[in-house]
Design a protein around this ligand. Structure first.
Ligand code: SAM
Ligand code: SF4
Length: 441
């Protein structure tokens, strides 16, 4: 049996996609291996949101030159946000990535995964044309399951490559999503994460996402339901109400703000103001005071003045976020912002990044301090072995880690067999941006 090895970069969408691709590969008679030396095929799920992510993928392909030479017939294929055209090195119209990476054999757009039948050199069949989302996923993790509800994006934020990479927004039918979620719970899923670039524009109908969320939350034995990402221009009280009614929906909202200055938000084409965003957070906190709120920011967007950056910091303080993910602006070739005047020098981006980081760490540390002696329910995602300071291997300790419903990263000492279990953890040592505790008695 031929074998494939894969590397997945980027966001949860790539992980979710890989589970459907695994099924197609199994139908083609390929088995997965975690040992590169055994593999005939190397597949990469790419991310191109930032230049650094794409550079890493090029580096990865370059490093594979010796692996390819070592056994004739070995191939490298790539999918994800770096791909613009399903093609291989022999195609008349080649994807630009293939020209830049001669080592790469083929690339495919994820929704065209049926084309793997013809792209793989060892096959020469017609492409299998079927709806990508109707392919049954081969779950990598049966306890925490990712379920895409839509694909693509119509928002065209001026800095973002996703609408060019993933195409227009298409929503899956609720009946199909519900069936997939029910099946996952039947097979032992404790947590489901509904995925979309903008879950709030699901079916382009006001209230459609809230209705879907409510239906999924009602699945018996589903312990935890998450969703990413929300867009402040479409997020509204209907979702907050459903969250308040269903305690198994995470006590957490991830609502990417991207910036806190109105002029920059306009240039980003985000279609909301800082005031509108803050009002949403206020409504959310009024109905779910125990819940947390996190966000995404980009620092050093073209033309960002010192004052506008200060507005971002003040916005962060006002929203009283629990945590934020943030990155320095990275110009993406196809996007309008890459051509905007006044691109910010790297040193200024770094300085602003560091200042935002200091604020985020300080705020989160303060909030986490208040969680001391509280008990959180943690879904254990992984366990790592650590040797104790004595160096005695017999005294090795195992640290379990996972997240609470409020999205707090929590660690505690406990056996590996707790992976995939919900565990009540008493917080004993809050650290800056993570919590340490012990199994509650
Ligand atoms: N659809 C989601 C949203 O609207 O927030 C997530 C999309 S994007 C794949 C994930 C994050 O990458 C964004 O929230 C943004 O902060 C970041 N991002 C996207 N383009 C970027 C760029 N050109 N430079 C830096 N960060 C970027
Ligand atoms: Fe990118 Fe904006 Fe779409 Fe998110 S909403 S994927 S940031 S274009």
């Amino acid at each position: 049996m031929k074998k494939y090895f894969w590397k997945i970069f980027g966001c949860a969408m790539n992980y979710a996609d890989s589970e459907r691709v695994a099924n197609i590969l199994a139908e083609l008679g390929l088995g997965r291996t975690e040992n590169l030396n055994e593999a005939d095929l190397f597949l990469i799920f790419s991310c191109s949101v930032r230049q650094k992510a794409e550079d890493r993928i090029f580096g990865e392909i370059e490093k594979l030159a010796d692996w390819k030479k070592a056994k004739p017939g070995r191939e490298i294929g790539l999918t994800g946000c770096s791909v613009r055209r399903t093609s291989n090195q022999d195609s008349a119209k080649k994807d630009p990535f293939l020209r830049r990476a001669p080592n790469l054999d083929f690339v495919w757009q994820i929704e065209e995964s049926g084309h793997l039948t013809e792209l793989l050199a060892t096959r020469n069949q017609e492409p299998a044309t079927r709806n990508f989302f109707q392919i049954e996923p081969q779950r990598q993790n049966q306890r925490q399951v990712l379920v895409p509800i839509s694909t693509g994006c119509d928002n065209f934020c001026s800095y973002c490559v996703v609408p060019y990479a993933r195409g227009r927004e298409i929503s899956r039918e609720p009946i199909e999503i519900l069936a997939e979620c029910e099946e996952a719970v039947k097979n032992g899923a404790l947590e489901i994460t509904l995925l979309g670039q903008n879950v709030n524009s699901y079916q382009k109908k006001h209230g459609a996402f809230a209705k879907l969320l409510d239906q999924v939350a009602k699945i018996k034995k589903l312990k935890r339901l998450r969703f990413i990402s929300s867009h402040p221009k479409d997020f509204d009280e209907s979702v907050i109400d459903v969250m308040a009614r269903n305690p198994n929906i995470e006590r957490h909202l991830h609502l990417p703000a991207q910036h806190g200055d109105d002029e920059i938000l306009k240039k980003m084409n985000r279609k909301y103001s800082a005031k509108h965003y803050l009002e949403l957070i206020e409504k959310f906190r009024a109905k779910l005071p125990e819940a947390s709120a996190t966000t995404d920011f980009i620092v050093g967007f073209p033309g960002e003045t010192d004052e506008q950056f200060e507005n971002l910091l003040n916005f962060y303080r006002k929203a009283n976020f629990d945590f934020a993910f943030f990155a320095k602006y990275s110009p993406r070739p196809e996007t309008p912002a890459a051509t905007f005047e006044n691109q910010i020098p790297a040193a200024v981006k770094k300085e602003r990044f560091d200042r935002l980081n200091a604020l985020v760490v300080e705020t989160t540390a303060k909030k986490y301090k208040n969680l001391k002696n509280k008990t959180l329910e943690v879904l254990v995602e992984q366990a790592t072995r650590h040797s104790r300071a004595s160096g005695n291997p017999k005294k090795e300790k195992v640290v379990c880690e996972g997240r609470s419903s409020e999205f707090c990263p929590t660690k505690f000492e406990g056996p590996e067999k707790l992976i995939g279990e919900m565990v009540k953890v008493k917080i004993t040592k809050p650290r800056e941006v993570e919590l340490w505790g012990e199994i509650a008695k």
